[in-house]
Each structure stands twice: as C-alpha cells, then as structure tokens.
Design a protein around this ligand. Sequence first.
Ligand code: SF4
Length: 317
Amino acid sequence: MYGLKSDVALDLPSKYYSLEGYEKGVARWCPGCGDHAVLTNMQKLLREKQLDPAKTVFVSGIGCSSRFPHYMNTYGFHGLHGRAFPVAEGVKFRRPDLDVFVVTGDGDCCSIGAGAWIHAIRYNMNMTVLLLNNEIYGLTKKQASPTSRIGTVSNTTPDGSILPPLSPVQTTLGVANASFVAQTADWNPAHMYETIKAAYEHKGFSFVHIIQRCPIFQGALVDEQVSNKDAMVYLENENGITVSEEIAKTFKNKFNHNPSDLSEARNLAMDTEKVHMGLFYQDKNAPCYDDYGASNLGYTVEQKEEALNKELDKYAI
Ligand code: SF4
C-alpha cells in the first residue's frame, strides 16, 4: 500500500483541447475556396474557448458550406436543404447546455430556407450563425442564387440575372427582435476571427454574414472584391468589433458606427457601393425564446406522461 491519505487532494490538470482535437478529415472544398478560412478560424475559436467537443453541435443545411459539420470533431447534423434553423432550434430548446452553431449558404438560407431564417431571427435563440455568401449555387454547379448580382451569368441565367439581389444583412436587420448582425470576409481572417468570437460571446441569435470566395464559379467577383480597397469600410466603435492596429490600418476607409443605432445600421446595409465590415447592430436585452423553454427540463418519464395527459385532457369532450 502506498498510503495515500484521504485528505490529500490531487491537483490534476484540467483537460486541454488542442486545435487538432477539433479537426476531422480532409475538407473537400476546392483549392482557394473561402470555406477553408472559415473552418480554420472556427477551430481556433473553439480552442480559445476550450469548448467541449461532446457539448458542441454544428448544424447545416445543403450546399458547399453545409459540409462544415463533417470537418469538425464535434457533434454535427448535416440536415435538409434550408432546414438548419429548425434543427438547431430543437437542439437548443431541449439541450440549452450545448453550444450550437449553424453554418449555411446563400442558396440554403436565403432561398428555400428563407421562412425558417426569418422566424429564427425573431425567436432569437442562443446560437452562432454563419452565412457563407458566395452569390452562387456552387454544389450544383453554378445557378444564380437570391444574392447573385444583376448581370450574373449562370446556368439558370445565361443572359445574366435580372433581379436585384437580396441583402442578407439588410433582411436580418429588418426582422423584429434581431439582436446581433455583423459582416466580415473570408480573405481577412483576423477580422473574421474577431467577428465570430464576438458572435459567440453574444447571448442570442448571432448572425454573421461572411462574404465568401468561390474561385470556381465566381472568380471575377472575387478578384474585384479582394482588390477594391476603396469599397471596404471598417466599422469602428468601442462597442463594436475591434481588430489590432495593424489590421485596422489595412482598411483605407473607416466609419464610426454605434451598434445600438438600428436606423444607421439599416442605412449602412442598404449601401450598394461600399462593403461595411464589422458589427452593424447588437441588442443585448432582446428576449431569447430558449429562456422560456427550460421550465420542464429534467422531467422524469412519469412526469412527462402526466404533463402530456393533463394537456390532452383539455380537449376531452
Ligand atoms: Fe468552394 Fe465554389 Fe468549390 Fe463550392 S464550388 S467548394 S463554394 S470554390
């Protein structure tokens, strides 16, 4: 016997999750695809926050970016087209102890999933949402999406798309109970990292619009976006998203925007000449639907049965 005394407390080191601990498989996105940068930043965020992979869930719909859960060594649900939000809401409602992330694309979220998206904003459940917008359907090989610009030549719009594009930021800001709306771009990883970190730290439906490169089907658009420094505007404010001085210096244009000013946020989102990077809007006090669903968590099977019978008795004649 080694005679360990019962009053000796062993000071064991807590478990540390390394970056590799969050990685899974080889991402099957094209070389140069913006999705790679988002994935790397997300894995870095999980490491910084030391999120337990067993208590972290990534939910997606269908599309290139929706392959995201396959590459995270966490729980994941690669769902139906446009239906990431209802799945994520169900997970969060019954398991509020889990960290829930949604990764969706412009086709998935803004077209077939638009109804679910609008109501998810209003429900304001505590989850981090990344909309990766490449303005095209990539997985199904180049069809115009709701966010494609006028003139986009695709397999469904051979003469160029004719309708004005839907703005995901503008739309989100227009829905009642929006609580966190930000924008970043995949070619500025430092800004993107701070943005998704702020989104994670916000309690509520944190919506991050990521302008995402698709060099295969939107090559020219990418070149224009990355090289046109005049078009990018850094939203700076002590209550906004702050990047290091070195990164801030890379922006030619800056604008001081208070993220509690919804009216100004909407005006900025309507600007089609400039791309504003940072936090458009935040309301830390917006009601979260998941706060009202925790009342019967932990019920035993008998208690659930009793509650169900009580409910059904209301309809007895
Ligand atoms: Fe990325 Fe475009 Fe390739 Fe899809 S088609 S993986 S969006 S580069």
